[in-house]
Ligand binder design. Structure first.
Ligand code: DAK
Length: 262
């Protein structure tokens, strides 16, 4: 598939590389429309299926990760339009099916659907100019891509409620204090830092990377006992992999492990 609204590339010199998707509608601050979401889903699935890729980074421009769903495209829709056509649910759910870790490298605005897209990634590294918010209330709507559910889980009910009810944006430092982002880095170092984390993940055995992601995600969807039992079973299962033998043997013999991802 050729892309018009995103750019894809890979980085890294080792066997497993980082797949990078850059949202590229700069004049509209990467406002998310149907075509962009289709292209994003296709690119993420292609990287997920590519054995030479171990981790994915999703990023935007310096000014905007994404300023939300395309308001111009939505403006004239009626209830029947959005309900009957299940408005953009189809191509907003792709990212949730990606098994490889997806890091959001966010600079500039990540608001509305842009904030929701970042929250669908596995973790967010923010540049110091990043701004996060759910301003949908100003448009007479509410967040529609999981914002009312993921934001409270990330930052707690009080701050999520305030942000969603007032439409206020928070800066990168507030987002880090609140737990929305894993860390804040200088804008000029954003991609280097995200790449460093992604390459680190690429160097580990894929079964344990998949299992870690699945287990952490399970903590959001289940009670503590079920989540711990899920983790226990995945933990036990990893003893059936060659990578577990290799990783532990390498540690015991003080050498670097050579994971085979099996
Ligand atoms: N849509 C379309 N165009 C946008 C846009 C957007 N969301 N955001 C910005 N733009 C366009 C502006 O119209 C402007 O275009 P021109 O006038 O140059 O043609 C250009 O980008 C530059 O924007 P500004 O001139 O406004 O730039 P500023 O630096 O002054 O302000 C801003 C930046 C981010 C504060 C401002 O642009 C802004 O407030 N933008 C709107 C933010 C917003 O309200 N976002 C929420 C949209 S609602 C769902 C999935 C997703 C959603 C819902 C359901 N399902 C799966 C069911 C999501 C909904 C939303 O995100």
């Amino acid at each position: 598939m050729t892309y018009e609204m995103i750019i894809t590339r890979t980085e890294g010199a080792d066997a497993r590389k980082v797949g990078i998707v850059t949202l590229n509608r700069p004049k509209q601050l990467n406002a998310l429309n149907n075509q962009l979401m289709d292209e994003l889903g296709s690119a993420l699935k292609a990287f997920d299926a590519d054995d030479s890729v171990g981790c994915i980074i999703l990023t935007g421009s310096e000014k905007a990760f994404a300023a939300g769903a395309d308001i111009g495209a939505m403006a004239q829709y009626s209830f029947a339009d959005v309900y009957n056509n299940d408005y953009i649910t189809r191509n907003w759910e792709h990212i949730r099916s990606i098994r490889k870790p997806v890091i959001a490298a966010v600079s500039g605005f990540a608001v509305g659907g842009g904030c929701e897209l970042a929250m669908m990634c596995d973790f967010i590294i923010a540049a110091d100019n990043a701004r996060f918010g759910q301003p949908e209330i100003k448009l007479g709507i509410i967040p529609g891509a999981g914002g009312t559910q993921r934001l409270p889980r990330a930052v707690g009910k009080a701050k999520a409620m305030e942000l969603i009810l007032t439409g206020r944006m928070m800066d990168a430092l507030e987002a880090e204090r609140a737990g929305l982002v894993s860390r804040v880095v200088p804008l000029e170092k954003l991609m280097d830092e995200a790449l460093g984390a992604a390459l680190m993940i690429c160097s580990y055995g894929q079964p344990s990377v998949f299992a870690a992601k699945e287990a952490v995600n399970r903590s959001f969807d289940s009670g503590l006992s079920d989540g711990v039992m899920f983790e226990r079973r995945l933990f036990h299962a990893l003893f059936a992999t060659e990578d577990q033998k290799e990783g532990m043997d390498a540690f015991v013999n003080k050498r670097k492990p050579a994971f085979k991802h099996r």
